[in-house]
Design a protein around this ligand. Structure first.
Ligand code: ATP
Ligand code: MG
Length: 369
């Protein structure tokens, strides 16, 4: 049992981790302690010594009992064994009745403000019951959980049993192997209590960090995809822009072409008009020539007809040459010669006119084009 003196101040005492040292213990009919007994006040280090059977372990049991340790963990299987039993040493002249209840009160003092805390546990037994415990803090009855929670809030960890060194503990600890020792240290420090929660949280942490890694990896993939899509989008927009620019250029080019075609048309219309002006007298001349050609043709036909008639006449004359009037034949021959000459002239003239007409038609066609 290691305790701090309540007068000790933090800087001088290395064992200052106890914020609220045990000041004294009051026992009432607990085990070998008859009636109400006050043990203490304790110093910051207290050793309990005495002959065998003097009740050293009973004091340790009393402290364990008042801190809520279960009876199975004490040295008695039944609660009622914890109540003082009158023995041979008791004064036989006085009637010795078996007490029905026993209690232990632990008196703690908060060194910071000198305030006293009384933690008390009482057991009562009756013939029909094996025994029950009542816990009080400063005379106020509380539930076991609240009782233990209050002790824990003052750094008294009942489950860790970090405040008692039992008989044989030192020897037992000295003979332990490293693994058991480290387990004991875990138990004393209270970390063994936290081991299942630690393992659970560690598993949760590993799961969460795995999930987080997965998420990061997924996010990385998604980011890469987003980057790709953005690049593709930029390229698409660039392509669209170029398409629009190309269409506008085509339209611009076609408009430019149309503009030039229109100005060429206007130019050509002017030229056609002026050519038409030039053509008008030529057309008139052509028409005149065509009329002349027609007249010449008519004349030619006429002459051809005359020639044919004269030839017929000549044939007839040849037939009757000898027997009929020769002088008339001579006249006819003269006439024939004259007509043949005239026909040759007409043919020449007609040929010339045809040539001239063909030339004019050609010129007209070129002007039209
Ligand atoms: P040791 O040095 O042998 O360990 P100890 O000092 O630790 O001895 P305890 O075990 O604390 O001694 O005390 C045992 C004594 O307490 C015995 O004499 C026993 O008769 C007595 N005792 C135990 N339970 C009761 C009880 N319910 N009523 C009265 N006396 C009791
Ligand atoms: Mg003992």
């Amino acid at each position: 049992m290691v305790q701090l003196d309540r007068q000790d101040s933090p800087p001088q005492n290395p064992l200052w981790l106890f914020t609220m040292p045990l000041y004294s213990v009051e026992v009432d009919n607990f085990k070998s302690y008859k009636g109400v007994q006050t043990i203490g006040p304790f110093k910051h280090f207290t050793a309990v010594i005495g002959p065998n059977g003097a009740g050293k372990s009973n004091l340790m049991d009393a402290i364990s009992f008042v801190l809520g340790v279960r009876s199975a963990q004490l040295r008695s299987t039944q609660l009622k064994d914890l109540i003082y039993k009158p023995g041979e040493l008791d004064d036989s002249s006085i009637s010795q009745e078996q007490p029905k209840k026993a209690s232990v009160t632990a008196i703690y003092v908060d060194h910071r403000n000198g305030q006293q805390y009384r933690f008390s546990r009482t057991i009562t037994v009756s013939s029909d019951k094996s025994g029950s415990s009542v816990y009080t803090i400063n005379q106020k009855v509380v539930k076991l959980e609240d009782y233990l929670a209050t002790l824990e809030s003052h750094n008294i960890l009942v489950k860790a049993k970090n405040f008692l060194v039992f008989q044989g503990d030192v020897e037992a600890i000295a003979s332990q192997n490293p693994k058991s020792l480290s387990k004991l240290i875990d138990q004393i420090s209270g970390s063994l209590e936290l081991a299942p929660e630690y393992e659970r949280k560690k598993a949760a942490y590993l799961e969460a960090s795995k999930n987080s890694n997965d998420t990061i990896a997924r996010r990385r993939v998604i980011n890469a995809e987003i980057k790709d899509f953005k690049q593709q989008k930029t390229e698409m927009e660039k392509y669209d822009l170029l398409c629009r620019e190309r269409d506008e250029s085509i339209i611009h080019h076609l408009l430019w072409k149309l503009f030039h075609i229109e100005s060429q048309i206007n130019e050509h219309l002017g030229s056609i008009q002026s050519k038409n002006e030039t053509l008008r007298p030529m057309r008139a001349e052509t028409a005149e020539l065509e009329r002349s050609v027609a007249a010449a043709r008519r004349e030619y036909a006429h002459v051809t007809k005359d020639v044919a008639q004269t030839e017929n006449e000549l044939k007839l004359k040849e037939k009757y040459k000898e027997e009929e009037k020769l002088p008339r034949l001579v006249d006819c021959e003269e006439k024939l010669k004259h007509l043949q000459k005239k026909r040759a002239n007409e043919e020449r003239a007609m040929l010339n006119l045809s040539k001239e007409k063909a030339a004019k038609e050609k010129e007209l066609a070129s002007l039209r084009r």
